[in-house]
Design a protein around this ligand. Structure first.
Ligand code: NAD
Ligand code: UD1
Length: 330
């Protein structure tokens, strides 16, 4: 069984990747400092997969500790999910974001090179695209012109990786640009569980449903969209996790760098998401319209045709299934 290291593997996306890896005959090795996750995730992953999970409590900026793990366990490829991810927090604490996101990537790349491991999948984001472009967004669209430190860390890391493959032909790098990951494994045992106050739509809806937030603020009602509210491309996290395995499996991580969008290609508005949540969970969400959130675009969705064609991947779960699975964690 090939070992695949997942940095940030106890987090939301990394933990779902671990399930998908097991399902496809790979052995996930989790590396996480638990800054935004809980160790109970490991236990729950063991229940879901009925397998023993190997994990290391490590800050991947700690090169000495990281390289000792690479020495101990043979590694086929790395899925690099570790990072801080709140746009609002990154505006307040830009240095922490540059230090953690870029610092951890540089440390990882150095330890991988020293350990002769050259296969890497990087968790990037739709946020790297320049906003003023025709939709759907394709991998060839313009990037940059980003307005917040979080997005800039993703953009800068992408540039670092592009320069790296030019300088050293041994690397196989895949950049996965996630659109809007939502929902959870159908067991309901693992989920998006940020330690601070959530900013994203679904975690906020869940907090309102659980009466931990009094009301959902809908940011803007006069965008030029189907109903005036923001439109996004929501992708079930299990489809996204399968996308990572497809990158490892279907083109065997051939050398060079490739970029893939992961989304459904369909846009849903905030009001559609609220209605779908209400319909499939049976819980009503009280909301009020407030002013637009700084930095938001009216509409964003992608073309995932490249992943569909080259990786033999396609999304399987729609918004309805995403809500049915969310019901399990309420
Ligand atoms: P998450 O916070 O749930 O998971 C990230 C994990 O990384 C956490 O468990 C955290 O403890 C760990 N971590 C952070 N810094 C670390 C370090 N220096 N060393 C070791 N572990 C560290 O976030 P997520 O939603 O799973 O996101 C995973 C990746 O995907 C992130 O890089 C994020 O920026 C990117 N991404 C997420 C989304 C989204 O909507 N969730 C969208 C686009 C991109
Ligand atoms: C946000 C980030 C983006 C990041 C992504 C994943 C901003 C400006 N963008 O994207 O950089 O990569 O999360 O972490 O923060 N909404 C509400 N009320 C809420 C929350 C959200 O109406 O309480 C609306 C938003 O205006 C948007 C939609 O819901 O139209 C989705 O928002 P969100 O889940 O935060 O994702 P993005 O804005 O796409």
């Amino acid at each position: 069984m090939k070992n695949v290291f997942i940095t940030g593997g106890a987090g939301y996306i990394g933990s779902h990747c671990a399930i998908s890896l097991f399902k496809n005959g790979y052995n996930p090795i989790i590396l996480d400092n638990f800054s935004n996750s809980r160790s109970s995730v490991i236990k729950n992953l063991e229940i879901i997969t009925d397998k023993k999970i190997t994990f290391y409590d490590v800050d991947i900026r700690d090169k000495k500790k990281l390289i000792s793990i690479f020495k101990k366990i043979s590694c086929y490829a790395v899925i690099h999910c570790a990072g801080l991810k709140s746009v609002a927090e990154s505006i307040r604490r830009p240095i922490d974001y540059f230090d953690n996101n870029i610092g951890s990537t540089l440390s990882l790349l150095e330890c991988m090179r020293k350990s002769n491991v050259f296969k890497l999948i990087f968790s990037s984001s739709a946020t790297v695209y320049d906003n003023n472009q025709l939709l759907p967004l394709k991998e060839t669209n313009k990037t940059g012109n980003i307005k917040n430190p979080y997005g800039n860390t993703k953009y800068i890391i992408e540039r670092i990786l592009m320069d790296l493959v030019k300088s050293d032909y041994r690397w196989s790098i895949r950049i996965a640009r996630y659109f809007n990951p939502i929902s959870n494994h159908s067991s309901g045992l693992i989920k998006e569980n940020p330690k601070g106050i959530p900013n994203n739509l679904i975690p906020c809806i869940i907090k309102v449903a659980q009466k931990k937030l009094p009301i959902l603020k809908v940011f803007g009602k006069n965008y030029k969209t189907k109903d005036g509210t923001g439109v996004r491309d929501y992708i079930h996290v299990m489809d996204l996790a399968d996308g990572h395995v497809a990158m490892i499996k279907n083109n065997r991580l051939k050398k060079g760098l490739k970029i893939y969008n992961f989304g459904t290609g369909k846009g849903s508005s905030v009001l559609e998401v609220i209605r779908s949540f209400e319909k499939h969970t049976g819980i009503l969400i009280s909301f009020k319209f407030t002013k637009r959130r700084t930095g938001d675009v009216a509409e964003s969705f992608c073309s995932a045709n490249k992943a569909i064609k080259e990786l033999n991947w396609k999304y399987r779960y729609d918004l309805k299934q995403a809500m049915i699975d969310i019901k399990k964690i309420l």
